[in-house]
Design a protein around this ligand. Structure first.
Ligand code: HEC
Length: 199
């Protein structure tokens, strides 16, 4: 008996076994989720699709297509952009170059001077002493003859018109003519003397 009593006393001390209650979602959460779902459906339904871009991204499919070159028209090339991608590392955005290493293009007699010599510099590069604004540079500049006539004309026209430079534009025809005239040259010019003599 005493054993039984003990066990019932022990049982009374114990907590009841936990058991899972049914706890429904709070009603306001259900309402909120329902409202969000309805708003989402309404938004999708009410937003026009296709090419009407008045919602979100303003670009249309046609603005994203690359421009189709019109046959015979000269594609406009941006000299400043070419300068920024091919020349700026050495001659700098200010056109001042780096003292003693890369000569300046701003107020350079080579840039402002004869358009043929300037074209030759870009077509074939320079490897040897060249005096720019009274300072002798003894570096090397690669040839840029992989650029098209229009690109070379654009970048030369650009360097002749920024940083206070004021010299006439150079046309693609000039580049074409000089490219043909110096077709046999495979080496860069050996500096300023040879450039002047080449004219
Ligand atoms: C790798 C560096 C480098 C790059 C890139 C470069 N140049 Fe040069 N450039 C030189 C150096 C060095 C000289 C001087 C060459 C020498 O000392 O023989 C020079 C000389 C010149 C000259 C004649 C001297 C002067 O200062 O007027 C012109 C013009 C010129 N560069 C234009 C350009 C243009 C335009 C581009 C871009 C298409 C360009 N360079 C890209 C290094 C560079």
């Amino acid at each position: 008996m005493s054993k039984n009593k003990d066990s019932s006393e022990q049982r009374r001390r114990e907590n009841a076994d936990p058991d899972e209650n049914v706890r429904p979602l709070p009603w306001f959460l259900v309402m909120l989720l329902g409202a969000m779902a309805m708003w989402g459906a309404f938004y999708i339904y009410s937003t026009p699709s296709g090419e009407d871009s008045s919602y979100g991204d303003q670009r249309t499919v046609s603005t994203l297509r690359p421009p189709v070159p019109v046959a015979g028209a000269v594609m406009s090339v941006d000299g400043k952009q070419i300068y920024a991608s091919k020349c700026v590392a050495c001659h700098q955005a200010t056109g001042q170059g780096i003292a003693g290493v890369f000569p300046p293009l701003a107020a350079s007699e080579w840039v402002l001077g004869d358009e043929k010599i300037l074209t030759h510099i870009l077509l074939h590069g320079i490897n040897g002493a060249i005096e720019v604004k009274g300072v002798i540079y003894n570096g090397a500049m690669p040839a840029w003859n992989t650029m098209s006539d229009a690109e070379l004309a654009a970048v030369m026209t650009y360097i002749r018109s920024d940083w206070g430079n004021q010299a006439a534009a150079i046309t693609p025809d000039t580049v074409k003519a000089q490219r043909e005239a110096t077709q046999s040259r495979t080496e860069p010019y050996q500096g300023g003397q040879e450039l002047k003599a080449a004219l």
